[in-house]
Design a protein around this ligand. Structure first.
Ligand code: FBP
Length: 547
Protein backbone atom coordinates (compact mmCIF):
# COMPACT_ATOMS: atom_id res chain seq x y z
CA UNK A 1 0.00 0.00 0.00
CA UNK A 2 1.55 3.37 -1.00
CA UNK A 3 1.35 5.84 1.87
CA UNK A 4 1.22 9.62 2.05
CA UNK A 5 3.71 11.50 4.23
CA UNK A 6 0.93 12.20 6.73
CA UNK A 7 0.00 8.52 6.87
CA UNK A 8 3.62 7.57 7.53
CA UNK A 9 3.93 10.12 10.32
CA UNK A 10 0.52 9.20 11.67
CA UNK A 11 1.29 5.45 11.78
CA UNK A 12 3.79 6.18 14.54
CA UNK A 13 1.19 7.96 16.70
CA UNK A 14 0.65 6.11 19.97
CA UNK A 15 -2.97 6.65 21.02
CA UNK A 16 -3.43 7.74 24.60
CA UNK A 17 -5.03 5.34 27.07
CA UNK A 18 -6.80 5.98 30.38
CA UNK A 19 -4.38 5.56 33.28
CA UNK A 20 -6.24 2.50 34.59
CA UNK A 21 -5.60 0.57 31.36
CA UNK A 22 -1.88 1.19 31.22
CA UNK A 23 -0.86 -1.77 33.36
CA UNK A 24 -2.59 -4.78 34.89
CA UNK A 25 -6.30 -4.20 35.30
CA UNK A 26 -9.01 -5.35 37.68
CA UNK A 27 -12.77 -5.09 37.13
CA UNK A 28 -14.78 -3.40 39.85
CA UNK A 29 -18.50 -4.17 39.79
CA UNK A 30 -21.01 -1.45 40.53
CA UNK A 31 -24.68 -1.66 41.36
CA UNK A 32 -27.13 -3.83 39.41
CA UNK A 33 -28.75 -2.02 36.48
CA UNK A 34 -32.15 -1.86 34.88
CA UNK A 35 -33.35 -0.82 31.44
CA UNK A 36 -34.22 2.84 30.76
CA UNK A 37 -37.88 1.86 30.32
CA UNK A 38 -40.16 -1.16 29.96
CA UNK A 39 -38.19 -3.06 32.64
CA UNK A 40 -40.52 -6.04 32.94
CA UNK A 41 -40.70 -6.66 29.20
CA UNK A 42 -36.92 -6.33 28.68
CA UNK A 43 -36.14 -8.51 31.70
CA UNK A 44 -38.37 -11.25 30.31
CA UNK A 45 -36.69 -11.11 26.89
CA UNK A 46 -33.15 -11.09 28.31
CA UNK A 47 -33.21 -13.41 31.35
CA UNK A 48 -29.44 -14.09 31.14
CA UNK A 49 -28.15 -10.60 30.38
CA UNK A 50 -30.59 -8.32 32.22
CA UNK A 51 -29.74 -6.43 35.39
CA UNK A 52 -25.98 -7.03 35.27
CA UNK A 53 -23.80 -4.50 37.13
CA UNK A 54 -21.83 -1.63 35.66
CA UNK A 55 -18.12 -2.42 35.37
CA UNK A 56 -15.24 -0.03 35.99
CA UNK A 57 -11.60 -0.89 35.39
CA UNK A 58 -8.94 0.02 37.91
CA UNK A 59 -5.26 -0.76 38.25
CA UNK A 60 -4.85 -4.33 39.56
CA UNK A 61 -2.47 -7.25 39.98
CA UNK A 62 -1.02 -8.92 36.90
CA UNK A 63 -2.57 -12.34 36.23
CA UNK A 64 -1.52 -14.89 33.65
CA UNK A 65 -4.43 -15.69 31.37
CA UNK A 66 -4.61 -18.44 28.75
CA UNK A 67 -4.41 -17.32 25.11
CA UNK A 68 -7.81 -16.44 23.66
CA UNK A 69 -9.23 -16.17 20.18
CA UNK A 70 -11.49 -13.20 19.52
CA UNK A 71 -13.62 -12.23 16.50
CA UNK A 72 -14.46 -8.73 15.38
CA UNK A 73 -17.14 -7.30 13.07
CA UNK A 74 -17.56 -3.78 11.68
CA UNK A 75 -21.25 -3.10 11.18
CA UNK A 76 -23.14 -0.37 9.30
CA UNK A 77 -21.89 2.99 8.06
CA UNK A 78 -18.20 3.79 8.24
CA UNK A 79 -16.97 6.06 11.04
CA UNK A 80 -13.44 7.44 11.60
CA UNK A 81 -11.52 5.43 14.17
CA UNK A 82 -12.83 1.92 13.47
CA UNK A 83 -9.30 0.71 12.74
CA UNK A 84 -8.16 1.99 16.12
CA UNK A 85 -10.89 0.08 17.92
CA UNK A 86 -9.51 -3.02 16.23
CA UNK A 87 -5.88 -2.15 17.03
CA UNK A 88 -6.78 -1.42 20.66
CA UNK A 89 -8.58 -4.76 20.88
CA UNK A 90 -5.60 -6.51 19.26
CA UNK A 91 -3.06 -4.90 21.61
CA UNK A 92 -5.31 -5.63 24.60
CA UNK A 93 -5.65 -9.36 23.94
CA UNK A 94 -1.93 -9.63 23.07
CA UNK A 95 -1.00 -7.85 26.31
CA UNK A 96 -2.99 -10.49 28.20
CA UNK A 97 -1.32 -13.33 26.33
CA UNK A 98 0.95 -12.99 23.29
CA UNK A 99 -0.54 -16.15 21.75
CA UNK A 100 -4.06 -14.69 21.58
CA UNK A 101 -5.49 -14.34 18.08
CA UNK A 102 -7.86 -11.88 16.45
CA UNK A 103 -10.13 -12.83 13.53
CA UNK A 104 -11.99 -10.27 11.45
CA UNK A 105 -15.26 -11.19 9.75
CA UNK A 106 -15.39 -9.75 6.26
CA UNK A 107 -17.91 -7.13 5.08
CA UNK A 108 -19.94 -6.87 8.25
CA UNK A 109 -22.23 -9.27 10.09
CA UNK A 110 -22.73 -11.17 6.80
CA UNK A 111 -19.13 -12.40 7.17
CA UNK A 112 -20.04 -14.28 10.35
CA UNK A 113 -23.04 -15.97 8.76
CA UNK A 114 -21.17 -16.78 5.53
CA UNK A 115 -18.00 -17.89 7.35
CA UNK A 116 -15.97 -15.26 5.55
CA UNK A 117 -13.07 -14.22 7.77
CA UNK A 118 -9.34 -13.50 8.01
CA UNK A 119 -6.83 -13.58 10.81
CA UNK A 120 -5.62 -10.10 11.71
CA UNK A 121 -1.90 -10.45 12.32
CA UNK A 122 0.37 -7.74 13.70
CA UNK A 123 1.62 -6.88 10.17
CA UNK A 124 -1.93 -6.19 9.03
CA UNK A 125 -2.85 -4.26 12.18
CA UNK A 126 0.27 -2.07 11.87
CA UNK A 127 -0.75 -1.07 8.33
CA UNK A 128 -4.03 0.36 9.62
CA UNK A 129 -3.19 2.06 12.92
CA UNK A 130 -4.63 5.60 13.12
CA UNK A 131 -6.08 5.41 9.61
CA UNK A 132 -9.66 6.19 8.61
CA UNK A 133 -12.06 3.80 6.93
CA UNK A 134 -13.25 0.29 7.64
CA UNK A 135 -11.32 -1.28 4.78
CA UNK A 136 -9.21 -3.55 6.98
CA UNK A 137 -12.11 -6.06 6.89
CA UNK A 138 -14.93 -4.01 5.31
CA UNK A 139 -18.37 -3.31 6.72
CA UNK A 140 -21.93 -4.27 5.85
CA UNK A 141 -25.54 -3.78 6.86
CA UNK A 142 -26.73 -7.40 7.07
CA UNK A 143 -29.04 -7.60 10.09
CA UNK A 144 -28.08 -10.31 12.58
CA UNK A 145 -31.50 -11.19 13.96
CA UNK A 146 -32.52 -14.72 13.09
CA UNK A 147 -31.69 -17.85 15.04
CA UNK A 148 -30.48 -19.61 11.86
CA UNK A 149 -27.92 -16.79 11.47
CA UNK A 150 -26.86 -17.10 15.11
CA UNK A 151 -26.44 -20.88 14.74
CA UNK A 152 -24.55 -20.51 11.47
CA UNK A 153 -22.28 -17.97 13.17
CA UNK A 154 -21.74 -20.29 16.11
CA UNK A 155 -20.42 -23.00 13.78
CA UNK A 156 -17.51 -20.83 12.62
CA UNK A 157 -16.91 -19.37 16.09
CA UNK A 158 -16.55 -22.90 17.45
CA UNK A 159 -14.40 -24.01 14.52
CA UNK A 160 -11.98 -21.12 15.13
CA UNK A 161 -12.10 -21.55 18.90
CA UNK A 162 -13.40 -17.99 19.29
CA UNK A 163 -14.23 -17.11 22.88
CA UNK A 164 -15.73 -13.69 22.24
CA UNK A 165 -17.10 -11.62 19.42
CA UNK A 166 -16.82 -7.82 19.34
CA UNK A 167 -19.47 -6.03 17.27
CA UNK A 168 -18.61 -2.45 16.37
CA UNK A 169 -21.84 -0.74 15.35
CA UNK A 170 -24.64 1.76 15.92
CA UNK A 171 -27.84 1.39 17.94
CA UNK A 172 -29.39 -1.28 15.70
CA UNK A 173 -26.19 -3.36 15.50
CA UNK A 174 -25.65 -3.16 19.25
CA UNK A 175 -29.27 -4.14 19.86
CA UNK A 176 -28.62 -7.19 17.70
CA UNK A 177 -25.32 -7.81 19.56
CA UNK A 178 -27.31 -7.96 22.78
CA UNK A 179 -29.85 -10.38 21.31
CA UNK A 180 -26.93 -12.54 20.14
CA UNK A 181 -25.26 -12.37 23.58
CA UNK A 182 -28.51 -13.49 25.19
CA UNK A 183 -28.98 -16.34 22.68
CA UNK A 184 -25.41 -17.65 23.14
CA UNK A 185 -25.73 -17.36 26.93
CA UNK A 186 -29.10 -19.14 26.98
CA UNK A 187 -27.60 -21.98 24.93
CA UNK A 188 -24.51 -22.18 27.16
CA UNK A 189 -22.25 -21.85 24.15
CA UNK A 190 -19.53 -20.13 26.14
CA UNK A 191 -19.26 -17.39 23.48
CA UNK A 192 -19.28 -13.82 24.81
CA UNK A 193 -20.51 -10.83 22.77
CA UNK A 194 -19.30 -7.28 23.39
CA UNK A 195 -20.49 -4.10 21.60
CA UNK A 196 -18.67 -0.87 20.75
CA UNK A 197 -20.51 2.44 20.14
CA UNK A 198 -19.97 3.61 16.56
CA UNK A 199 -21.75 6.09 14.33
CA UNK A 200 -20.91 9.49 12.91
CA UNK A 201 -24.58 10.37 13.58
CA UNK A 202 -23.80 10.77 17.30
CA UNK A 203 -27.14 9.31 18.33
CA UNK A 204 -25.83 6.34 20.29
CA UNK A 205 -25.16 8.02 23.58
CA UNK A 206 -26.60 8.04 27.07
CA UNK A 207 -25.63 8.44 30.68
CA UNK A 208 -22.83 5.87 30.36
CA UNK A 209 -21.82 6.33 26.71
CA UNK A 210 -20.72 9.94 26.23
CA UNK A 211 -20.49 9.83 22.47
CA UNK A 212 -20.28 7.40 19.60
CA UNK A 213 -16.93 7.32 17.86
CA UNK A 214 -16.52 9.01 14.50
CA UNK A 215 -18.85 11.90 15.36
CA UNK A 216 -15.91 14.08 16.38
CA UNK A 217 -13.87 13.60 13.20
CA UNK A 218 -16.82 13.67 10.80
CA UNK A 219 -18.13 16.95 12.26
CA UNK A 220 -14.66 18.49 12.08
CA UNK A 221 -14.29 17.51 8.43
CA UNK A 222 -17.73 18.89 7.52
CA UNK A 223 -17.08 22.06 9.53
CA UNK A 224 -13.80 22.62 7.72
CA UNK A 225 -15.52 22.40 4.34
CA UNK A 226 -18.54 24.46 5.41
CA UNK A 227 -16.08 27.07 6.70
CA UNK A 228 -14.39 27.09 3.30
CA UNK A 229 -17.76 27.53 1.61
CA UNK A 230 -18.63 30.37 3.99
CA UNK A 231 -15.41 32.12 3.10
CA UNK A 232 -16.16 31.70 -0.59
CA UNK A 233 -19.70 32.87 0.05
CA UNK A 234 -18.48 35.95 1.88
CA UNK A 235 -15.97 36.67 -0.88
CA UNK A 236 -18.30 36.50 -3.91
CA UNK A 237 -21.46 37.56 -2.04
CA UNK A 238 -23.81 36.15 -4.65
CA UNK A 239 -24.96 32.69 -3.53
CA UNK A 240 -27.05 31.05 -0.90
CA UNK A 241 -25.49 27.66 -0.09
CA UNK A 242 -27.91 24.92 0.96
CA UNK A 243 -25.84 22.27 2.72
CA UNK A 244 -27.35 18.95 3.71
CA UNK A 245 -25.47 17.03 6.40
CA UNK A 246 -25.62 13.33 7.22
CA UNK A 247 -27.43 12.10 10.26
CA UNK A 248 -30.12 9.62 9.27
CA UNK A 249 -32.34 10.50 12.17
CA UNK A 250 -30.93 12.86 14.80
CA UNK A 251 -29.59 16.35 13.94
CA UNK A 252 -26.47 16.17 16.13
CA UNK A 253 -24.13 16.62 13.16
CA UNK A 254 -25.96 19.70 11.84
CA UNK A 255 -26.08 21.17 15.34
CA UNK A 256 -22.39 20.54 16.04
CA UNK A 257 -21.40 22.04 12.68
CA UNK A 258 -23.60 25.07 13.39
CA UNK A 259 -21.85 25.56 16.72
CA UNK A 260 -18.50 25.34 14.94
CA UNK A 261 -19.17 27.58 11.90
CA UNK A 262 -22.01 29.97 12.90
CA UNK A 263 -24.09 29.74 9.71
CA UNK A 264 -27.02 32.02 8.85
CA UNK A 265 -29.55 29.21 9.19
CA UNK A 266 -29.49 25.72 10.66
CA UNK A 267 -32.63 23.62 10.81
CA UNK A 268 -32.90 21.13 13.69
CA UNK A 269 -35.31 18.30 12.91
CA UNK A 270 -36.18 17.64 16.55
CA UNK A 271 -37.35 21.25 16.94
CA UNK A 272 -39.40 21.05 13.74
CA UNK A 273 -41.16 17.98 15.09
CA UNK A 274 -41.72 19.37 18.59
CA UNK A 275 -43.18 22.60 17.21
CA UNK A 276 -45.28 20.61 14.73
CA UNK A 277 -43.91 22.71 11.87
CA UNK A 278 -45.04 22.05 8.33
CA UNK A 279 -42.74 22.05 5.31
CA UNK A 280 -44.15 25.47 4.50
CA UNK A 281 -43.21 26.74 7.99
CA UNK A 282 -39.61 25.64 7.46
CA UNK A 283 -39.52 27.23 4.01
CA UNK A 284 -41.06 30.47 5.29
CA UNK A 285 -38.46 30.68 8.07
CA UNK A 286 -35.56 30.32 5.61
CA UNK A 287 -37.15 32.69 3.04
CA UNK A 288 -37.61 35.31 5.76
CA UNK A 289 -33.90 35.18 6.65
CA UNK A 290 -33.07 35.47 2.94
CA UNK A 291 -35.35 38.51 2.56
CA UNK A 292 -34.08 40.16 5.77
CA UNK A 293 -30.47 39.76 4.70
CA UNK A 294 -31.35 41.06 1.24
CA UNK A 295 -32.83 44.18 2.85
CA UNK A 296 -29.36 44.80 4.33
CA UNK A 297 -27.78 44.29 0.90
CA UNK A 298 -26.57 40.75 1.66
CA UNK A 299 -27.75 38.41 -1.08
CA UNK A 300 -25.78 35.47 0.25
CA UNK A 301 -25.74 33.05 3.12
CA UNK A 302 -25.52 29.48 4.36
CA UNK A 303 -28.25 27.05 5.37
CA UNK A 304 -27.47 23.77 7.16
CA UNK A 305 -30.03 21.00 6.79
CA UNK A 306 -29.99 17.66 8.64
CA UNK A 307 -30.56 14.81 6.20
CA UNK A 308 -33.29 13.24 8.33
CA UNK A 309 -35.45 16.39 8.23
CA UNK A 310 -38.28 15.10 6.04
CA UNK A 311 -39.05 12.32 8.48
CA UNK A 312 -39.45 14.84 11.32
CA UNK A 313 -41.99 17.04 9.57
CA UNK A 314 -45.16 15.48 11.00
CA UNK A 315 -47.12 15.54 7.71
CA UNK A 316 -44.15 14.13 5.77
CA UNK A 317 -43.66 11.48 8.44
CA UNK A 318 -47.25 10.32 7.96
CA UNK A 319 -46.73 10.25 4.20
CA UNK A 320 -43.51 8.22 4.53
CA UNK A 321 -45.15 5.80 6.99
CA UNK A 322 -47.97 5.12 4.52
CA UNK A 323 -45.48 4.83 1.66
CA UNK A 324 -43.38 2.33 3.69
CA UNK A 325 -46.40 0.10 4.34
CA UNK A 326 -47.74 0.46 0.84
CA UNK A 327 -44.43 -0.29 -0.87
CA UNK A 328 -43.73 -3.21 1.48
CA UNK A 329 -46.99 -4.92 0.59
CA UNK A 330 -47.10 -3.93 -3.10
CA UNK A 331 -43.42 -4.24 -4.01
CA UNK A 332 -44.03 -6.64 -6.89
CA UNK A 333 -46.79 -4.58 -8.51
CA UNK A 334 -44.83 -1.33 -8.05
CA UNK A 335 -41.73 -2.78 -9.71
CA UNK A 336 -43.81 -3.55 -12.83
CA UNK A 337 -44.95 0.09 -13.23
CA UNK A 338 -43.03 2.13 -15.78
CA UNK A 339 -40.82 4.81 -14.14
CA UNK A 340 -42.72 7.59 -15.90
CA UNK A 341 -46.04 6.35 -14.45
CA UNK A 342 -44.90 5.63 -10.89
CA UNK A 343 -45.72 9.08 -9.55
CA UNK A 344 -49.33 8.97 -10.83
CA UNK A 345 -49.69 5.41 -9.58
CA UNK A 346 -48.65 6.42 -6.05
CA UNK A 347 -50.91 9.49 -6.11
CA UNK A 348 -53.87 7.23 -6.98
CA UNK A 349 -53.11 4.68 -4.27
CA UNK A 350 -52.42 6.87 -1.22
CA UNK A 351 -54.99 8.23 1.21
CA UNK A 352 -56.32 11.69 0.16
CA UNK A 353 -54.23 13.65 2.72
CA UNK A 354 -50.95 11.91 1.86
CA UNK A 355 -51.73 11.85 -1.83
CA UNK A 356 -52.10 15.66 -1.84
CA UNK A 357 -48.75 16.15 -0.08
CA UNK A 358 -47.04 13.68 -2.40
CA UNK A 359 -48.47 15.43 -5.45
CA UNK A 360 -47.16 18.80 -4.22
CA UNK A 361 -43.53 17.60 -4.02
CA UNK A 362 -41.04 18.34 -6.79
CA UNK A 363 -40.74 15.38 -9.20
CA UNK A 364 -37.21 14.37 -8.09
CA UNK A 365 -37.99 14.28 -4.39
CA UNK A 366 -41.25 12.37 -4.97
CA UNK A 367 -39.27 9.71 -6.84
CA UNK A 368 -36.56 9.60 -4.17
CA UNK A 369 -39.20 8.83 -1.53
CA UNK A 370 -40.12 5.60 -3.31
CA UNK A 371 -36.57 4.25 -3.68
CA UNK A 372 -35.63 0.97 -1.94
CA UNK A 373 -35.58 0.94 1.88
CA UNK A 374 -32.43 -0.13 3.78
CA UNK A 375 -32.31 -3.59 5.43
CA UNK A 376 -33.78 -2.10 8.63
CA UNK A 377 -36.79 -0.82 6.62
CA UNK A 378 -35.69 2.84 6.84
CA UNK A 379 -36.09 5.33 4.01
CA UNK A 380 -32.59 6.02 2.70
CA UNK A 381 -32.66 9.69 3.58
CA UNK A 382 -29.16 10.19 2.16
CA UNK A 383 -30.78 9.70 -1.29
CA UNK A 384 -33.40 12.43 -0.79
CA UNK A 385 -32.24 15.82 -2.04
CA UNK A 386 -33.76 17.86 0.80
CA UNK A 387 -31.33 20.70 0.07
CA UNK A 388 -32.81 21.07 -3.43
CA UNK A 389 -36.36 20.60 -2.20
CA UNK A 390 -35.94 23.46 0.28
CA UNK A 391 -34.10 25.83 -2.04
CA UNK A 392 -36.69 25.32 -4.81
CA UNK A 393 -39.50 26.00 -2.36
CA UNK A 394 -37.70 29.06 -0.94
CA UNK A 395 -37.31 30.41 -4.49
CA UNK A 396 -41.03 29.93 -5.10
CA UNK A 397 -41.92 31.61 -1.81
CA UNK A 398 -39.66 34.59 -2.58
CA UNK A 399 -41.23 34.93 -6.03
CA UNK A 400 -44.68 35.06 -4.42
CA UNK A 401 -43.56 37.71 -1.93
CA UNK A 402 -41.97 39.71 -4.74
CA UNK A 403 -45.23 39.60 -6.69
CA UNK A 404 -46.93 40.98 -3.58
CA UNK A 405 -44.51 43.92 -3.63
CA UNK A 406 -42.12 42.78 -0.91
CA UNK A 407 -38.38 43.37 -1.34
CA UNK A 408 -36.60 40.01 -1.54
CA UNK A 409 -33.34 40.86 -3.30
CA UNK A 410 -31.60 38.33 -5.54
CA UNK A 411 -31.65 34.66 -4.78
CA UNK A 412 -29.26 32.18 -6.40
CA UNK A 413 -28.63 28.82 -4.74
CA UNK A 414 -25.83 26.26 -4.68
CA UNK A 415 -26.33 22.79 -3.24
CA UNK A 416 -24.06 20.48 -1.28
CA UNK A 417 -24.39 17.21 0.56
CA UNK A 418 -21.70 16.27 3.07
CA UNK A 419 -21.74 12.75 4.39
CA UNK A 420 -19.49 10.28 2.69
CA UNK A 421 -16.68 12.87 2.63
CA UNK A 422 -16.27 12.63 6.40
CA UNK A 423 -17.02 9.03 7.26
CA UNK A 424 -13.60 7.63 6.40
CA UNK A 425 -11.40 10.59 7.29
CA UNK A 426 -8.24 9.91 9.28
CA UNK A 427 -9.45 10.02 12.90
CA UNK A 428 -8.82 13.16 14.90
CA UNK A 429 -6.63 12.71 17.97
CA UNK A 430 -9.83 12.53 20.01
CA UNK A 431 -11.26 9.68 17.91
CA UNK A 432 -7.87 7.95 17.59
CA UNK A 433 -7.48 7.90 21.40
CA UNK A 434 -11.16 7.23 22.18
CA UNK A 435 -11.39 4.34 19.71
CA UNK A 436 -8.14 2.73 20.81
CA UNK A 437 -9.36 2.95 24.41
CA UNK A 438 -12.76 1.46 23.48
CA UNK A 439 -11.06 -1.49 21.76
CA UNK A 440 -8.63 -2.01 24.65
CA UNK A 441 -11.53 -1.85 27.12
CA UNK A 442 -13.41 -4.47 25.07
CA UNK A 443 -10.44 -6.85 25.49
CA UNK A 444 -10.60 -6.35 29.27
CA UNK A 445 -14.34 -7.07 29.33
CA UNK A 446 -13.65 -10.28 27.43
CA UNK A 447 -10.83 -11.24 29.80
CA UNK A 448 -13.23 -10.76 32.70
CA UNK A 449 -15.76 -13.15 31.14
CA UNK A 450 -18.38 -10.47 30.39
CA UNK A 451 -21.07 -10.76 27.75
CA UNK A 452 -23.91 -8.47 26.67
CA UNK A 453 -21.81 -5.41 27.61
CA UNK A 454 -20.88 -2.34 25.61
CA UNK A 455 -17.38 -0.98 25.99
CA UNK A 456 -17.57 2.40 27.70
CA UNK A 457 -14.97 5.16 28.06
CA UNK A 458 -16.12 8.27 29.93
CA UNK A 459 -14.88 11.60 31.21
CA UNK A 460 -13.38 12.24 27.78
CA UNK A 461 -13.42 16.03 28.01
CA UNK A 462 -10.62 15.60 30.60
CA UNK A 463 -7.08 14.56 29.60
CA UNK A 464 -6.98 10.89 28.48
CA UNK A 465 -5.12 9.87 31.66
CA UNK A 466 -8.32 10.62 33.59
CA UNK A 467 -10.72 8.79 31.29
CA UNK A 468 -12.86 6.12 32.97
CA UNK A 469 -12.98 2.75 31.23
CA UNK A 470 -15.53 0.07 31.88
CA UNK A 471 -18.58 -1.75 30.59
CA UNK A 472 -22.31 -1.08 30.48
CA UNK A 473 -24.90 -3.85 30.15
CA UNK A 474 -26.56 -3.24 26.78
CA UNK A 475 -29.96 -4.11 28.26
CA UNK A 476 -29.59 -0.98 30.41
CA UNK A 477 -29.96 1.18 27.28
CA UNK A 478 -33.06 -0.58 25.97
CA UNK A 479 -36.74 0.14 25.72
CA UNK A 480 -39.59 -1.33 23.70
CA UNK A 481 -40.45 0.34 20.40
CA UNK A 482 -42.79 -0.45 17.55
CA UNK A 483 -40.80 -1.67 14.54
CA UNK A 484 -42.58 -2.95 11.43
CA UNK A 485 -45.81 -3.29 13.34
CA UNK A 486 -44.29 -5.28 16.25
CA UNK A 487 -43.01 -4.23 19.69
CA UNK A 488 -39.26 -4.90 19.82
CA UNK A 489 -36.51 -4.33 22.40
CA UNK A 490 -34.15 -1.68 21.01
CA UNK A 491 -31.46 0.67 22.27
CA UNK A 492 -33.06 4.06 22.78
CA UNK A 493 -31.83 6.50 20.12
CA UNK A 494 -30.48 9.79 21.48
CA UNK A 495 -32.07 12.66 19.58
CA UNK A 496 -31.12 16.32 20.05
CA UNK A 497 -32.58 17.47 23.37
CA UNK A 498 -34.21 20.86 23.07
CA UNK A 499 -33.50 21.52 26.74
CA UNK A 500 -29.87 20.42 26.40
CA UNK A 501 -26.94 22.84 26.48
CA UNK A 502 -25.84 22.37 22.83
CA UNK A 503 -29.27 23.27 21.41
CA UNK A 504 -29.84 26.06 23.92
CA UNK A 505 -26.47 27.61 23.06
CA UNK A 506 -27.34 27.51 19.36
CA UNK A 507 -30.88 28.82 19.88
CA UNK A 508 -29.56 31.76 21.88
CA UNK A 509 -27.30 32.82 19.01
CA UNK A 510 -29.14 31.90 15.83
CA UNK A 511 -31.00 35.19 15.26
CA UNK A 512 -27.73 37.06 15.55
CA UNK A 513 -25.94 34.59 13.22
CA UNK A 514 -28.82 34.93 10.72
CA UNK A 515 -28.25 38.63 10.23
CA UNK A 516 -24.57 39.21 10.93
CA UNK A 517 -21.97 37.53 8.80
CA UNK A 518 -20.05 36.23 11.76
CA UNK A 519 -18.78 33.06 10.13
CA UNK A 520 -16.13 30.91 11.78
CA UNK A 521 -13.62 29.11 9.54
CA UNK A 522 -12.42 26.14 11.63
CA UNK A 523 -9.79 24.93 9.13
CA UNK A 524 -8.56 21.34 8.77
CA UNK A 525 -8.11 18.84 11.60
CA UNK A 526 -4.63 19.14 13.10
CA UNK A 527 -2.84 16.02 14.25
CA UNK A 528 0.43 17.49 15.48
CA UNK A 529 0.74 20.64 17.53
CA UNK A 530 -0.56 22.32 20.66
CA UNK A 531 -3.20 20.41 22.57
CA UNK A 532 -5.77 23.25 22.36
CA UNK A 533 -5.58 22.91 18.57
CA UNK A 534 -5.28 19.13 18.27
CA UNK A 535 -7.11 17.45 21.13
CA UNK A 536 -10.37 19.37 21.62
CA UNK A 537 -13.56 17.28 21.70
CA UNK A 538 -16.71 18.46 19.93
CA UNK A 539 -18.52 21.54 21.21
CA UNK A 540 -21.55 19.30 21.77
CA UNK A 541 -19.63 17.12 24.20
CA UNK A 542 -17.96 20.06 25.91
CA UNK A 543 -21.32 21.76 26.45
CA UNK A 544 -22.99 18.54 27.60
CA UNK A 545 -20.24 17.77 30.09
CA UNK A 546 -19.88 21.31 31.45
CA UNK A 547 -22.11 20.76 34.46
P1 FBP B 1 -24.70 4.12 10.86
O1 FBP B 1 -25.88 4.53 11.68
O2 FBP B 1 -24.70 2.71 10.45
O3 FBP B 1 -23.41 4.50 11.56
O4 FBP B 1 -24.70 4.96 9.52
C1 FBP B 1 -25.02 6.31 9.53
C2 FBP B 1 -24.98 6.92 8.15
O5 FBP B 1 -23.71 7.44 7.86
C3 FBP B 1 -26.06 8.00 8.05
O6 FBP B 1 -25.56 9.24 8.46
C4 FBP B 1 -26.48 7.90 6.62
O7 FBP B 1 -27.82 8.26 6.42
C5 FBP B 1 -26.32 6.45 6.30
O8 FBP B 1 -25.30 5.98 7.14
C6 FBP B 1 -25.98 6.19 4.86
O9 FBP B 1 -25.94 4.82 4.65
P2 FBP B 1 -25.19 4.12 3.44
O10 FBP B 1 -23.74 4.11 3.79
O11 FBP B 1 -25.74 2.74 3.47
O12 FBP B 1 -25.46 4.89 2.20
Amino acid sequence: MTKSALQIARAAYQPKLPKALKGAVKAVEGAATQSVADQEAIKKLFPNTYGMPLIKFEAGEAVKLPAMNVGVILSGGQAPGGHNVISGLFDGIKALNADSKLYGFILGPGGLVDHNYMELTSDIIDEYRNTGGFDIIGSGRTKLEKEEQFDKGLEILKELGIKALVIIGGDDSNTNACVLAEYYAAKNTGVQVIGCPKTIDGDLKNEMIETSFGFDTACKVYSEVIGNIQRDCNSARKYWHFIKLMGRSASHIALECALQVQPNVCIISEEVETKDMSLDDVVTYIAQVVADRAAQGNNFGTVLIPEGLVEFIPAMKRLIAELNDFLASNAEEFSQIKKSHQRDYIIRKLSPENSAIYASLPEGVARQLTLDRDPHGNVQVSLIETEKLLSEMVATKLATWKAEGKYVGKFAAQHHFFGYEGRCAAPSNYDADYCYSLGYTASMLIANGKTGYMSSVRNTTAPAEEWIAGGVPITMMMNMERRHGEMKPVIQKALVKLDGAPFKTFAAMRDQWAMTTDYVYPGPIQYFGPTEVCDQPTKTLQLEQAK
